[in-house]
Structures are given as C-alpha cells and as structure tokens.
Write a protein that binds this ligand. Structure first.
Ligand SMILES: [Zn+2]
Length: 483
C-alpha cells in the first residue's frame, strides 16, 4: 500500500512486507532537505533551494534559480559546464519539476547526434510530469533519481548506464516503469520503488548487484542477466516475475511477501539458499536451473518444479503446497520434506533415482514414466493412498492405479475415485496402460526391498500382480477386436 499526503512536498508512505513502513519527503527550509526513512535506517540529502516561490528545485545558476526557472542564458551556461567537465559538475535537476521542454533542452545540450550523456545526472526528488522516454542513450556517469516521481512512468530502451543507477524510492506513479534491453554496468538499485502499475526490466544486463529491497507492487525481471546478487528482501510484491533470468550471485528473498511468483526458466548460478519465503498463491519454478546445491524453503499454495534441474542436488522444505515434480532432472541427490499437508501432484517422466520423498502426501501423485523408480526412496512418512474400502485388503497403492481403474475397470469403477483431487487426469488415463502401472509397482517394490521395508514391498507386489492380471484381460479384449 502507498499513501501520498499533500501537506509536505512529494511525501509518500509505503507499507511494505510485515507492515514495515518506509517514507520519503522533501522539506523547504534555509536549504532544501530530502528525507528517506526505511526500517533500520534512512538518509537526508540537502541542496540550495531555488529562489522562485515554493520551488524545491536545486539552484543551478548564479541567480539562485533552478534550471526550470533560470533564464535561457543561465541554462546554457549550466549545461555547458556540466557536459564539458568530464564528470566534475553534475547536471543538477534535484527537486525540480521538469517540464518536457526543459528535458528536451537538456538532452539537446547533452549531445547532438551520438546520444551520450556526459555528466552525472542528479535528479533526486525530481518530478517528471510526463512519461520519461529514452532510447539508445549512453549515460557515461552515475544517474541518481532517488525519490523522483515519474508521474506517467517511463519507457527506456537500449540505453547503457556506465555507472551506478539509483532508483531508490522512485514513484512510478500512474504508468508502468519499463526498461528494455538496457545495460547497467555498475549495478542498479530500486529499493523502496513503488508504483500503482508495474516496473519491468526486460532483456537487461546488470553488470553488478541488483537491489530491490522493500519494493511495493509488481516487479518484473524477465530475460535478464544479473552478474552479481539480487536482493529482493522485505518487498511486498503483488506479482514477482523472474522469468528466464540468470542470476549469478545470491537471490535474497528474506521477509518477502508475494501473492504470486513467476520464475519459469530462472537460472541460479551460485545461490545456495532460496527462502524461507511465504507466498500466498503459487510459485512457478518450472524449468529452473540450480547450479549449486540449494536449500529451497517455501510455503505456498502451489510449487511448480516441472522440468527443474538440480545440478548439485539439494533439499526442498515445502510447506502446505501442492507440488509438481514432472520431468525433474537431478544430477545430485534431492530430498523433499513436506510440512503442513504438502502433497506431490505428479512426478511423471521425472528422474527419480536420486530423489528422497519424506513427510509428503502422495495420495494423488502420478508416477507414470519416471526413471530410476527402483532407486527412489519413499520414507515411511510419505503417505500413499490405500486401495478402496470395499476391498478386503487395504494395501498401499499408487494414484496411477486409481486413474487406470477409474477409466478402465469393468466393475466398481466408482470405488477408484481420488475424492480429494479433481481427477483431471484424463490425459494420464488415455496414455496409461495397466502393464505400465504394473511396471511402476515392480520398480517401487525393488526400491522398498532395498530399504528392507518388507510390508511395503508386499503391497507393491500385490499391486503389480493385480495390474498384470488386468493387463492380460485388456490385452485379450484388444486381441479380440483385432481378430
Ligand atoms: Zn525553481
């Protein structure tokens, strides 16, 4: 939540994760002061104020006027100094309400045709009442827009920022903040950035750390490459999107709140820990690649890990969620421990040889097509479904048998209903053969035998025999049709 008051100059109060507040505002005294407050810290910056009425812009001319209120001659003199001083004199726009005309003037003086901005840009607490658009510019020095208000957001394409870019506390007010194919050579900071829309970095390269602590609203980092760490701690995201981004350093998610996290295809090169993090809805880590051995500590409604690769294995501590592990690829051992009713929906076509499943509900888990099931470890705390009550022996079975029988059984089909799950497994049922279910049982039997779990082995043996018998039956019918 963002609260904007009218009593001070451009004040906002952000309600971040866990109700922790951050504030930003400007005060006019003998000098202009710009304040930020965040949990465990804050800061103040000062500048000489413009002498025009009620203006909090930084004085940039001998007349003590800001660039907006200064005469054309004074504007020319300031831009000449800034763009000709090899970084010693910043282009001073802090606190200024920048008109489109002033911004065009600055850009026209920065460069005639090669779009190089050759001065540090100081636009702390500035106000851009228009959509800030830039394409193919190179900023040769740092750009600081801390606490600036971009009233209609921004659209920045193909720009290179040679030095650090500071967007902390920026209010992307009524339009999205959109950065496409930009390069931030020395890192980027968007901490306590906020918007009523969303802020998106798409196809960007961040040559050092990316810091977006305490961010409020939607944040996208899609198809990006971050050479350093990515710190998103304390943020309150409605949607966090990290699709297909590659992050070389750590991914910090401490105290983060999010309704939804979409990170399909994310690559984490050196992170050894993800979480603990609590997500209200789903977290999509499908086709994610974890290079380092990783501890994934997540509470969510759904955890999608289909097609994920664990190059050095890891541990998954997953609470509450329905988990998808289809097409999982494991180059090292992975242990899944569930809590608070976590359940696995499917490990179809997964690489199960290095997988250990404990304290997790497998009542509805489809095993079809998994590799290495004879080496899968099912700990005694893993819950498998029992065969339906009308049967005399209530053996432990697998959901694959339920699905097959629900679709194919001649008698008592309705007994084989996994009530707690919408059996939208029609696609599974069509492909699944009784012989395949029998083979799955055989492999699972071998795995529990090797763990000296005799009663479990007996159940799976029974299941295997039953499914073989049914397979022969089905085969007979098929042969009959062929004849
Ligand atoms: Zn002024």
């Amino acid at each position: 939540m963002i609260r904007r008051e009218d009593s001070a100059v451009r004040p906002r109060t952000l309600a971040g994760a866990g109700g922790r507040e951050a504030r930003v505002w400007i005060e006019r005294g003998s000098r202009v002061s710009f304040h930020t407050e965040r949990p465990n810290g804050g800061g103040t910056a000062y500048w000489d104020g413009c002498s025009a009425n009620n203006c909090v812009g930084a004085a940039a001319a001998p007349s003590q006027l800001c660039l907006r209120h200064a005469s054309t001659a004074e504007r020319l003199e300031h831009t000449r100094l800034a763009f000709g001083s090899s970084g010693r004199v910043p282009l001073l726009l802090s606190g200024v309400t920048i008109t489109p005309e002033l911004w065009d003037f600055v850009l026209s003086k920065a460069s005639h045709d090669d779009r190089r901005f050759t001065a540090p840009l100081h636009a702390v607490g500035a106000n851009f009442p228009f959509k800030l658009r830039l394409s193919d510019w190179t900023f040769e020095w740092s750009a600081s827009l801390t606490g600036a208000v971009l009233e209609d957001g921004c659209e920045i394409t193909g720009c290179t920022f040679t030095d650090h870019v500071d967007l902390d506390f920026v209010d992307f007010r009524n339009g999205p903040g959109y950065w496409r194919q930009c390069s931030f050579k020395r890192g980027l900071s968007v901490s306590y950035g906020h918007t009523s829309q969303h802020v998106a970095f798409v196809g960007c390269e961040i040559g050092a750390d990316l810091t977006a602590q305490g961010f409020v609203a939607d944040f996208h980092l899609d198809d990006c490459e971050v050479a350093g760490a990515c710190d998103l701690s304390g943020s309150a995201f409605t949607l966090l999107s990290l699709s297909k981004s590659r992050i070389v350093g750590d991914l910090g998610l401490a105290d983060l709140e999010a309704l939804t996290v979409r990170a399909p295809g994310i690559e984490l090169e050196s992170a050894s820990r993800l979480g603990p993090v609590r997500i209200k809805g789903a977290i999509d880590l499908s086709n994610a690649k974890f290079t380092n051995r990783i501890l994934l500590d997540v509470a969510a409604e759904k955890v999608e890990l289909s097609g994920a690769t664990f190059r050095a294995g890891g541990r998954l501590h997953i609470s509450s969620a329905e988990i998808a592990l289809d097409r999982l690829l494991l180059n090292g051992p992975v242990t899944l421990s569930g809590r608070n009713g976590a359940s696995v929906r499917s490990i179809r076509s997964a690489d199960a040889a290095k997988l250990v499943l404990g304290s997790v509900d497998l009542s509805c888990c489809i095993f079809q097509g998994s590799h290495g099931l004879d080496s899968l470890v099912l700990e005694p705390t893993a819950v498998l479904p029992r065969s339906p009550r009308p049967l005399r022996t209530r053996r432990r079975c697998i959901a694959d048998e339920y699905v097959w029988r629900r679709a194919n059984a001649r008698w008592r089909r309705s007994d084989w209903d996994l009530a707690q799950r919408d059996m939208s497994n029609a696609d599974v049922a069509v492909e699944l053969g009784a012989g395949e279910v029998a083979a799955t049982y055989r492999l699972l039997r071998r795995s529990v035998e090797s763990q000296a779990n005799e009663p479990g082995a007996a159940d799976f043996y029974y299941g295997e025999m039953e499914m073989r018998r049914l397979d022969r039956g089905a085969g007979g019918v098929e042969r009959g049709i062929l004849w």
